[in-house]
Each structure stands twice: as structure tokens, then as C-alpha cells.
Design a protein around this ligand. Structure first.
Ligand code: AMP
Ligand code: MG
Length: 333
């Protein structure tokens, strides 16, 4: 199929065109502060079906629904004090809350679950489109299911361009990692379902209580029964190997001579890198910068044809937890 997808600069006219696509039931690639989303009418079964089909996403993996504001979001759910507290502190922003839904949200959007994942995003382009619409936008990451999430408009164009008409270009996504997901169905027992830019520490400080860790990698077996938390995800074609922060693999020089193998450090190496194929995600190891650049570098090296990527893990605090979570999934087979 030919790629007829237009990448639109975010002019008022382009925002109008994309809003009209969405009213017509089409799906559109749109920037958010986390990653690029594949947006469609969150109250329409047909649009939701289109999202699943364009991504090749299994119908058991529920979508996040994005709203223009808190008032718009809480109309569709069972609110509680914890939702209100976190919304006041973190919305608009990269935090998704799972709460019990009303009938207004179609079952296909939530994969048949009685709960829905909701978020008020902060990206000005995404917000400008929401403000033109009288419905919220369901929007998973705009990548083929299982592949690395897109952080540039061209990532969306390259991977889904044959199946969609439009992507709005908002430049690189500021966080570069998917939103944090917190389960607030029971406000007395909040838990974290996915690590992301809003840290577990920030959430527990705000709620004044600890959150159970129901993410992949937690020892809590409940994590395995939550939907959509597939062990293998975010995977490039290249095979991913991980090494601990500050411990370059012992066979570095062997790796270095292997033409199809790249080594990715968090910070620029202090010495002239031995490896011809050495790359770094930041100058100084700043974790936010590492997160911001991670998916873009992985996609670029994957496109260049490397077959093996050796990637350095981050310190497991703050957004480093989210980085390591994505890396472990990318490395899982
Ligand atoms: P994505 O849209 O690709 O960033 O992923 C959305 C993720 O949100 C899903 O894969 C689930 O892990 C999670 N999610 C969405 N809705 C629910 C829900 N109702 N209950 C639990 N997790 C959810
Ligand atoms: Mg995704």
C-alpha cells in the first residue's frame, strides 16, 4: 500500500483538518508530552475498533481516554477523593488513572473491563484539538503493536503511514516515555500499574500513603493478571541486551569489532570510546534526558540495521524506574 499520510505542521488550519478527520470517525497521529498517540473518538465503538486495527493491537489491551479538562473526565467515571487529589496535582500531565467507568465509555475501549484509564494531557497541540471537539480522544501510542513507541512525527509516518491519513507534527515529545498509570478503583488501596514520568515517590507523597507495585518486575503476583502488561513490548527488531549502570560489558572490545552491534551508554564516555559503534543518550547522564532520547535512538539504530543493541540501565529511582521497565520489556523474548 502506498504511504499517503500527510505530516501537518500544527497550523490552525491543520488543527481544523485533523479535528474534522476525528469527527468523521478517522484516526490521527498526534503529539503528546509522553509519546505520539493514535487518536480516535473515545466515545465511538467504530473509532476504537479502527485504533485497534491500525495498530494490530489485541482487543484485550484497553485504551487510555484523553480529556480536555478534569470536569470533562470525571463526568464519565466514579470519582473518589484520591482521583481528585491526584488530578489537582498532576493534571494536565503524564499521569493516567484507572477508575470505574460509566456506560458512556464503550466496552471495546476498556477491553470489556468495568474500569477505564483516563488522562488530561498537557501537550498544547493535543489540547488544541481536544478543544475543537465535543468528545474525548482514545489514544494509545501510535506504533504497530509491540514495537518501540514513537517520539517523532516521522516515527508515526514511517510505521503507520500506509494506514492513516494524517499526523500532526509537534516535534520531539518532551518526556519520551509513556504516562504513569495508577489504579484508583479502591482509593484506600492505590497501586501503580506502569512506571512513568510521574514517579511512585511523587504519587505516594501526594496521597500520603504507599502504593502497591503491580507493574511487571514487582514480586506481587497480581501484576500478572492486570491487562495489557505484556512482558515483551517496546521491542525493536534488533536484539536488546542490557548492562548495569556503570558496568560496560566485559566483552566490550569483542562487541566493538562486531559491525552490526551498537553500545548505548547513558552518558558520554569519559574516554574516547573503544567501540566504533558507541552512542550515548545524554552528555552527563541526566535521567530525564536519557528518557527523552531513549526511544528515538533505539528507533534510529534499528532503522540503520544494527542487529544487536547493548543498552545501559539507569539508576532505579525517579523516572529511572520507567526507563528500566521499558528496557527490560524490550529485551524480553
Ligand atoms: P498505551 O495506550 O499503549 O500507552 O497503553 C495503555 C495501557 O493502559 C494498557 O496497555 C493497560 O496496561 C493500561 N490500561 C488501560 N485501561 C486500563 C484499565 N481499565 N485497567 C487497567 N489497565 C488499563
Ligand atoms: Mg503502547
Amino acid at each position: 500500500m502506498p504511504n499517503r499520510c500527510t505530516i501537518y505542521e500544527p497550523t490552525e488550519n491543520a488543527l481544523d483538518i485533523c479535528a474534522q478527520y476525528l469527527r468523521d470517525g478517522e484516526v490521527v497521529g498526534m503529539p503528546t508530552e509522553t509519546v505520539y498517540g493514535l487518536a480516535g473518538n473515545g466515545l465511538s465503538e467504530d473509532s476504537a475498533r479502527k485504533i485497534f486495527s491500525v495498530k494490530g493491537r489485541p482487543l484485550i489491551d484497553p485504551l487510555i481516554v484523553h480529556f480536555a479538562d478534569v470536569a470533562g473526565a470525571i463526568k464519565h467515571v466514579e470519582v473518589n477523593a484520591a482521583v481528585e487529589t491526584l488530578a489537582a496535582k498532576f493534571w494536565p500531565g503524564p499521569l493516567t488513572m484507572v477508575v470505574n467507568k460509566n456506560d458512556s465509555i464503550p466496552n471495546i475501549v476498556t477491553a470489556g473491563l468495568p474500569s477505564v484509564a483516563i488522562r488530561v494531557p498537557q501537550h498544547p497541540i493535543f489540547r488544541a484539538v481536544l478543544q475543537r471537539l465535543d468528545f474525548p480522544l482514545a489514544a494509545p501510542s501510535a506504533n504497530p503493536f509491540g514495537y518501540v513507541s514513537p517520539t517523532l512525527a516521522k516515527h508515526v509516518h514511517n510505521t503507520l503511514g500506509e494506514r492513516i491519513s494524517a499526523v500532526l507534527d509537534g516535534g520531539p515529545c518532551s518526556f519520551g516515555l509513556e504516562s504513569t498509570i495508577v489504579d484508583l478503583r479502591d482509593p484506600e488501596n492505590p497501586s501503580i500499574l506502569r512506571h512513568g514520568p510521574v514517579t511512585q515517590e511523587a504519587l505516594s507523597d501526594t496521597l500520603g500513603r504507599d502504593l502497591a507495585d503491580h507493574t511487571f518486575g514487582s514480586s506481587d503476583k497480581k501484576a500478572q493478571v492486570a491487562p495489557g502488561q505484556l512482558t515483551q513490548h517496546y521491542s525493536p527488531r534488533a536484539k536488546v541486551h542490557l548492562f548495569e549502570l556503570g558496568t560496560a560489558p566485559s566483552n566490550l572490545s569483542d562487541i566493538a569489532v562486531h559491525e552490526n552491534c551498537a553500545i548505548i551508554f547513558n552518558a558520554k564516555p569519559l574516554f574516547e570510546p573503544i567501540a566504533k559503534h558507541a552512542y550515548w543518550l545524554s552528555e552527563d547522564g541526566n535521567t530525564e534526558t536519557v528518557a527523552h532520547n531513549l526511544f528515538e535512538l533505539i528507533q534510529r539504530l534499528d532503522q540503520q540495521g544494527y542487529t544487536e543493541l547493548h543498552i545501559e540501565l539507569s539508576a532505579p529511582t525517579g523516572i529511572g524506574k520507567a526507563i528500566n521497565d521499558r528496557l527490560h520489556r524490550a529485551a524480553a523474548k
